[in-house]
Design a protein around this ligand. Sequence first.
Ligand code: FAD
Length: 436
Amino acid sequence: MRPGTGAAPVRQASEATGESAERPLRVAIVGAGFGGLTAARALARAPVEVTLIDRHNYHLFQPLLYQVATAALPPADVAVPIRSILRRQKNVRVLLGRVTGVDAAARELKLGDRRIPYDVLILATGARHAYFGHDEWEAVAPGLKKVEDATGIRARILLAFERAEAETAEAERRRLLTFVVIGGGPTGVEMAGAIAELAKVALAADFRRIDPRESRILLIEAGPRVLPAFPEELSARARNDLARLGVEVRTGAPVTSCDVGGVTVGETRIPSACVIWAAGVEASPAARWLGAEHDTAGRVRVGPDLTVPNHPEIFAIGDTALAPDENGEPLPGVAPVAKQQGEYVARVIAARLRGETPPPPFRYRNLGNLATIGRRAAVADFGWIRLSGRLAWVLWGVVHILFLIGFRNRIAVLLEWLWAYITYQRSARLITGPTP
Ligand SMILES: Cc1cc2nc3c(=O)[nH]c(=O)nc-3n(C[C@H](O)[C@H](O)[C@H](O)COP(=O)(O)OP(=O)(O)OC[C@H]3O[C@@H](n4cnc5c(N)ncnc54)[C@H](O)[C@@H]3O)c2cc1C
């Protein structure tokens, strides 16, 4: 046992020599998002040596990323260094690196040429946006997944106003002041509402030649209604709230093309200089790494204990896993699923180490769905009760503050929100990075 790891030794037979050696069980976790980080923390008291690998040095609170993209919060308020979160947990080693594959037979992770051995592997590599076979749209319609995506979108939105201010041709000015959000799920709804508030309130008095309040904000949804995962009455309420903010909602309208000039929806051309993609996701390549069975979104099909079939030593959790609910429907790609699965696999590993019966199959406890539409407007579905309006909005704020990681971030976000609420201003209106 290495000094200071806090991990008790585990007797393991060496396959090479047949001798038995004592060392702690090596648990490798790929991804320090909601699932991976929760699993690592839940293993704090287990006699294991955890290696947590992420391609970023921070854990990202994705639910508030749209606020970075719309200049309401700076990136540091929604991202926390992984090392600092786990500073006191001695049985975890944090590694910065991009996993490129898994050698399941050798029980090794591949990071380019580098290999990292494991006894137990937890894959929690999440998902990325998907363009349904139109990857070329990504360059003109960026999605929101990483900090860089959010600051890039923020730059696009703010630059559109700056360019419109300098533009003399009316048609081009109108194009610059037209913002299109594709996808009517929670991210699209929140994004469209936030852009509308930015244009119609926060920036209203800041320009001389243009009036930002004349901006057009469109939310395009291919399905029949926005927020399809919510009950119909809450979808309708969200649509009304969006209309009140000045967002034009088009449902039943698939986007058929997307280029630098704008988008085509059905037969209608919408010139726009700022198109944002919030329409679909696909899982990380974890299934490909394992050659495992997966669905069309690339999610690894896992068993009732979240292990990959024929690999009791490999777990897949969160957005990259395909696990059914009690009705056999796939669990949604939301943070509580990933967190509960992270806790669950830690319990399975601890039970195995103690030689106890493993916990019963994983079951998701759905604590409810929330989405905000803007100032004082949100919808909340807890199954037994449905809320909308101001109460749902306050609840949305409280829940997001509570779930943020780190006391500093909670206080910082709370102060930013209070400031914005009182002054109607956005404090993070910076155009940074390369000009899109
Ligand atoms: C914009 C947005 C808004 C959202 N809003 C909500 C919301 O309001 N409520 C809600 O419940 N859910 C929301 N979600 C969904 C929620 O964020 C995800 O369901 C959740 O993050 C899934 O957790 P995870 O651990 O599976 O993956 P993630 O949290 O995405 O973490 C995956 C981690 O793996 C790392 N990684 C990926 N590939 C590699 C690799 N090859 N090597 C090393 N590291 C790698 C990534 O850097 C990342 O840190 C939102 C998602 C987005 C994108």
